[in-house]
Design a protein around this ligand. Sequence first.
Ligand code: ADP
Ligand code: ASP
Ligand code: MG
Length: 355
Amino acid sequence: MKTIVLKFGGTSVGSIDRIKKVTKIILSYKKNNRVVVISSAMSGITNELIKKSRMISNNFNGAEYDALISTGEQAACALIAGSLNHYGFKARSWMSWQVPILTDGPYSNSRINKIFTKNLNLYLKSGGIPIVTGFQGINDNLRLTTLGRGGSDASAIMIAKFFKADECIIYTDVDGVYTTDPRLHKKAKKIKQIQYDEMLEMASLGSKVMQPSSVQDAKLNNININVKSSFQNKSGTLITKNFKKKEFSNQIITGISSTKNDAKITIAGVKDKPGVAALIFEPLSKNLINVDMVVQNISPDSKETDLTFTIKSEDVKKTEKIIKGNKRISYRKLSFDKNLAKISIIGVGMITTPG
Ligand code: ADP
Ligand code: ASP
Ligand code: MG
């Protein structure tokens, strides 16, 4: 008997009708396999919870923030389990702490480091279908943690790892990974197979169909991922190491990704001495601000430098406060530009193709 991990994203469980459809998909696998289901929250719920936290405070306590924003997954899992029960099947919801799923790292951006298999294995042996909350885990202090936006993908990959699953299928609202976001560009083409590195680049540069750290987890553990639609029964995309090059032998570019929530920061007239970049970037990293691109220009007399870098636009206020409060750097002018988009072209073929 095969072990199959099925993950359903927010839109796939976004209404009662969708949950009924998902119930049928789960049952189509149940006949011959051990099935473990991971679910995200119903679409929009996590965003609503985040909004509520901001209405209370811009500096909402990290542990409480995760306790709050992970609640959507509990409701979705209970609804799926209840639907399976309704049709006479043995199923139940499993919160991360009941499995348990252990994480390390900061709140809002934790990573799964261990999943205990004993409880779920007993349940699977008894013929049950476990419906596990994606996106959440617990840390050493037994507090709830979350895995970053889109983190249910990582939950599915890590469940596949710890249960040595034969298949891991990510059910979403598009029928695979496309050359670019198919909702933005009608001409996007479906990619049948894509290797981990290219998927990782596409994901981290804005293709939100897979969460970047989940692709990294899949690569590190050599887990094949199938991305499929829960809306249409069509073949999807295989994300894998064993890439069959045949159909893409002349391919230079695999995909194009874009992001809209970037911001550019320029610190003009910084005294150019060794260690100045560290003085600027270290405090940002300590505050979990991710710096993406860095450009540095040296003035003709080599005494000053203009440093430009990009961050996520939600980090602008925090970054401004940190730089202005940093007495160890002197500069002439600090400027911010929130009106920025980034377009990235991805393809390993570019490495060996001039032009
Ligand atoms: P889920 O809720 O199932 O996790 P997401 O919204 O996180 O789904 O991801 C699916 C969305 O990713 C699609 O609706 C699509 O708009 C977007 N997307 C962005 N880039 C791509 C791409 N290259 N291929 C497919 N989908 C993409
Ligand atoms: N519900 C979470 C989010 O909206 C996790 C996920 O969708 O994978 O980010
Ligand atoms: Mg997602």
